[in-house]
Design a protein around this ligand. Structure first.
Ligand code: UT7
Length: 336
């Protein structure tokens, strides 16, 4: 059975920055609160009129270039919770703009765990022989979904895209990805949600009913989410490491969804990862949802932290609730 092997990677952060000082200038918050509660200092945000696909096209192009360009892809998967539109899906548009013509393309929606769900989908397509080269992009523009006046959420999110080109290969070669461990708990769906915009709100009440303007914004019960995040990421990480036949001490880098520095610290402490074995870019990018893991991988490879042969443990958690973990060894590739 073939395994998914990383052949290229790339990321894209929009140039516009929002610093803690920008937020404290207009909201009842402080640099000290944001840094100590979240570990964040700066976020990259899209300009009005831009969208998730604009980030994804750039990251996708960089991953294709990193893989040596010419080979293209025979499937494109976009993990996102902020598609450009409700209809159509965003992946076909990205695919066309990348010049991949009529390549099959679809969106995967699993909030901040979306990249891992996409990785599992891609691994399955490769294992069955249905595909040989898959471009998997994690992209989100959560700043389009948070209430700009809600200090509880606006400080947390940035926009980004990260991508990997996966090819069919062998389980024991550099770049090979272990089949992800995944989980969900829909009984806690209300902890993280955007109440309006889906069929539930559209079908409730008579057509003339005025929509609640606030219901279009992202809401999160941060404290409860925090509690579940630590437990689920730790559990699934242990399982993924065991599935790979590794011990936690064999892993060079913990690459966890950059939701909150305190969550990252709690998960790392629980699993026994010292600070020197934790990848992090939360201070510079904030929480970028489905883009978080591939962006962190690509940035860490690009700055030389992540090197060929390093063993990596990925884990993420988010709305759904959805979570997961996976292992990989980093390949010998150039990431610009
Ligand atoms: O990516 C998907 C998964 N997401 C996560 O895993 C996020 C998980 N949760 C978190 O990251 C944290 O819970 C938050 C960063 C969202 C919040 O931190 P917290 O320590 O759990 O704070 P809290 O929500 O319990 O709020 C504590 C206080 C409240 O004030 P009172 O009620 O104690 O007077 C909030 O109103 O902090 C207040 N607060 C703020 N104060 C200053 C909330 N946001 C802010 C703010 N500045 N930006």
């Amino acid at each position: 059975m073939k395994s998914a092997v990383i052949a290229g990677a790339g990321s894209y952060l929009p140039p516009k920055l929002v610093t803690n000082a920008d937020l404290t200038a207009r909201l009842d918050t402080s640099d000290e609160w944001i840094r100590t509660r979240t570990g964040m200092s700066v976020r990259h945000v899209i300009e009005p009129g831009d969208a998730t696909s604009d980030l994804a096209v750039e990251a996708g192009r960089r991953a294709l270039d990193s893989a040596g360009g010419g080979g293209g892809a025979d499937v494109v998967i976009l993990a996102t919770t902020t598609p450009d539109h409700q209809v159509p899906p965003t992946a076909p548009d990205i695919t066309a703009r990348l010049g991949l013509r009529t390549t099959p393309a679809f969106d995967v929606s699993a909030a901040c765990a979306g990249f891992l769900y996409g990785l599992a989908t891609a691994s399955g397509l490769i294992a069955t022989g249905a595909a040989e080269r898959i471009l998997l992009i994690g992209a989100d523009a959560f700043t389009t979904m948070v209430d700009p006046d809600d200090r509880g959420t606006v400080v947390l999110f940035g926009d980004a895209a990260g991508a990997v080109l996966l090819r069919a290969g062998e389980a024991d070669e550099p770049g090979a990805v272990g089949m992800p461990v995944l989980g969900s708990d829909g009984s806690l769906a209300g902890l993280i949600q955007v109440p309006a915009g889906g069929s539930r709100s559209r079908s409730s009440g008579p057509p003339s009913k005025e929509p609640d303007p606030g219901a279009v914004y992202f809401t999160m019960n941060g404290r409860e989410t925090f509690r579940h995040a630590v437990g689920r990421m730790s559990e699934s990480s242990r399982e993924a490491v065991a599935r790979a036949g590794w011990e936690p001490t064999d892993v060079d880098w913990l690459c966890a969804h950059q939701a909150n520095l305190r969550i990252l610290t709690a998960v790392a402490d629980e699993l026994g990862f010292e600070p020197e074995r934790r990848l992090s870019n939360i201070a510079e990018v904030g929480n970028t949802a489905a883009a978080s893991l591939p962006t962190l991988l690509a940035m860490s490879a690009s700055d030389g932290t992540l090197k060929a042969g390093h063993r990596v443990l990925l884990t993420a958690f988010g709305g759904g609730l959805s979570w997961g973990a996976a292992t990989l060894t980093w390949p010998d590739i150039v990431v610009g």
